[in-house]
Ligand binder design. Sequence first.
Ligand SMILES: NC(=O)c1ccc[n+]([C@@H]2O[C@H](COP(=O)([O-])OP(=O)(O)OC[C@H]3O[C@@H](n4cnc5c(N)ncnc54)[C@H](O)[C@@H]3O)[C@@H](O)[C@H]2O)c1
Length: 349
Amino acid sequence: MTQSDSSAPGTGRETPHLLRVGLVGCGYQGNALATAVGRTTTLHLVACADPDQEAAARVAALAHDVKPFSSVEALLDDASVDAVLVATPHHLLCPVSLTAMRAGKHVLAEKPIGLNEQEAATIGEEAGRRGVRYMAGYSCRFSLARHVHDLLAAGTVGDIQAVTGVFGCGPLNDGWLASAETGGGSLLYLGSHLVDMLLWFIDDRPVEVSGSIRRRADTKVDDTSPFQIRFSRGMVAQCLVTQAASTFFFMVDIHGRAGRVTLRGWGFLQFEIEVSSTVNAPFTQPTVIRPQIEDDNITMMLVPELEEFARAIAEEREPSITATDGRRVLQVLDGVVASDRHGARVSID
Ligand SMILES: NC(=O)c1ccc[n+]([C@@H]2O[C@H](COP(=O)([O-])OP(=O)(O)OC[C@H]3O[C@@H](n4cnc5c(N)ncnc54)[C@H](O)[C@@H]3O)[C@@H](O)[C@H]2O)c1
């Protein structure tokens, strides 16, 4: 059994089995994940790790009896955990996940799960070898992308013919996001979200990528990247990812012969979806949907993501977002980099 038995035998007040988790990486997203764990009914935070001891202490203070550590190795040596949540800078997502899986732990790791397809492949192989569950943390699938996915699954646009997708943010000037060695730049940070959404929405496999990358003169990481993905049945997605915007924003515009769905947003809580359809009756006139916002993005996106992770472990099945999904995203992003380098289209079939 991989989950702790926190029942109280004989008291008549059996509590549910809780998945004991350790969090590695206690920055922005680590704080959000730790807060989300506290709002679930199936996970329990028992330890956290960060070389920045103040960051670890801040996360430890979010719940009772959370032990702070300075590394994933120290956490795994000292704390009894069933699973590890990984929210480190991009260059550490893969090595930390491998360390945790080699210790027999289930892993949920943040997007983009690694620096490239090769790392993602290693992760998938290790999860298979160790018999543990691995989930890729593409949290948008539990919120804004889910609404679009539901509309597409209802046949709102018919077969998708063409897509335009844009993700942007303000300049990534500091820290690991401003260095290529640590996986900085907007392609991995935001482009991963965009490509994951497109691959989830489009029921076809990408076969070719072409693109170009304008790099920042100072940090040398990618600044603005226009790229195109061609799918096996001829569908084309035209994409743009940039850190040269004034603020965070996104737009995904999906066209089919029967309709159009456009997702636009300015934050994980500020978004709307415009729908028009000749076959989905409520949308015969263009209609703007503003889904109901629950509390904050932690409740909307991360709580259902964590609950799904815990359910997959309890039910001994693959989580809804796998290492293979993460690998497919990185295959496309690797294709953009290769296309820019060679000045040519790149086959990724
Ligand atoms: N799903 C989402 O919506 C979402 C949103 C933001 C960030 N993210 C992802 O979360 C991850 C972290 O991003 P962030 O914004 O929290 O970054 P951050 O810089 O705020 O936090 C990273 C933390 O990792 C720590 N760290 C560095 N080396 C470490 C090591 N060896 N072991 C343990 N911890 C270490 C740093 O000290 C820092 O506290 C990235 O993969 C990012 O793409 C996801």
